[in-house]
Ligand binder design. Structure first.
Ligand code: SAM
Length: 243
């Protein structure tokens, strides 16, 4: 049946995603810096600013893997708040836990293995949900957005940081050379894993563009949805509220 085929595809995709992150977990940070020339730090800083995180809040950083956003959020919510770092992949969570321990960040951070499509949290349990460079990898993105909406408190917000479609004039051809030629090369020499970074370039291309993702967020029930293009639209930050 058609359904049968779809099941196989979904499982195959999930296996591939798991494989990619198992093999990159260790040199993940180095690759991020190399691939983005360090700019991913600025993108993440902007996302954190847009959370409006305050002491005492409960925040979920989904696809939180190596704890990059989680560490910053933990400082903002303080000892009376809580940050939950959720990720589908145990190796990424493990790297994240070690890294936060090294930085002395403990107490208000929890690690939970979770699939974004069916979050294991009660309704209306977070003030804010962030997902940075993660939605792209989720098989059923609409389902994931609905699941995040369910877990947000009224007045809460979602922030989606993700690769998007370059919109700055002249950027597209450069970006194509970068992602199809340079990226797999960097994957090969720095991470010793060309295939994973080929997959990365493909997954970026398949991901919905700015306006499509905004529509999907509205579809999932978010209101006042807006996006900000970063670095000419190579990355976009989408923001939406649950009222
Ligand atoms: N947020 C981190 C950052 O910005 O550095 C990590 C991003 S990493 C590119 C993508 C993460 O998404 C991986 O840790 C992967 O395991 C996770 N992921 C993929 N599919 C997922 C899903 N369905 N639910 C939750 N996490 C998922």
């Amino acid at each position: 049946t058609h359904f049968g085929f779809e099941q196989v595809d979904v499982e195959e995709k999930q296996r591939r995603v798991a494989g990619v992150f198992d093999s990159v977990a260790d040199n993940y940070d180095l690759m991020n810096d190399a691939m983005s020339f360090g700019i991913h730090r600025l993108w993440k800083r902007f996302a954190i600013e847009q959370t409006g995180a305050r002491p005492g809040q409960r925040i979920l950083d989904l696809a939180g893997g190596t704890g990059d956003l989680g560490a910053r959020l933990s400082r903002l919510v303080g000892p009376t708040g809580e940050v939950v770092i959720g990720d589908i992949n145990a190796s990424m969570l493990h790297v994240g836990r070690e890294r936060l321990l090294d930085k002395g960040i403990t107490g208000n951070v929890q690690f939970v293995q979770a699939n974004a499509e069916s979050l294991p949290f009660p309704d209306q349990s977070f003030d804010c949900i962030t997902i940075a460079f993660g939605l792209r990898n989720v098989t059923d993105k609409q389902k994931a957005l609905a699941s995040m909406h369910r877990c947000l408190k009224p007045g809460g917000r979602i922030l989606v940081l993700e690769f998007s479609k370059p919109v700055a004039p002249g950027l597209k051809p450069l970006y194509d050379i970068y992602s199809f030629r340079l990226l797999p090369l960097m994957g090969k020499f720095i991470a010793k894993d060309e295939d994973s970074y080929r997959y990365l370039a493909e997954s970026i291309r398949m991901h919905p563009d700015q306006d499509t993702l905004k529509d999907m967020m509205e579809q999932a029930g978010f209101e006042d949805c807006e996006y900000f293009n970063l670095t000419g639209g190579i990355v976009a930050l989408h923001r939406g509220f649950r009222y």
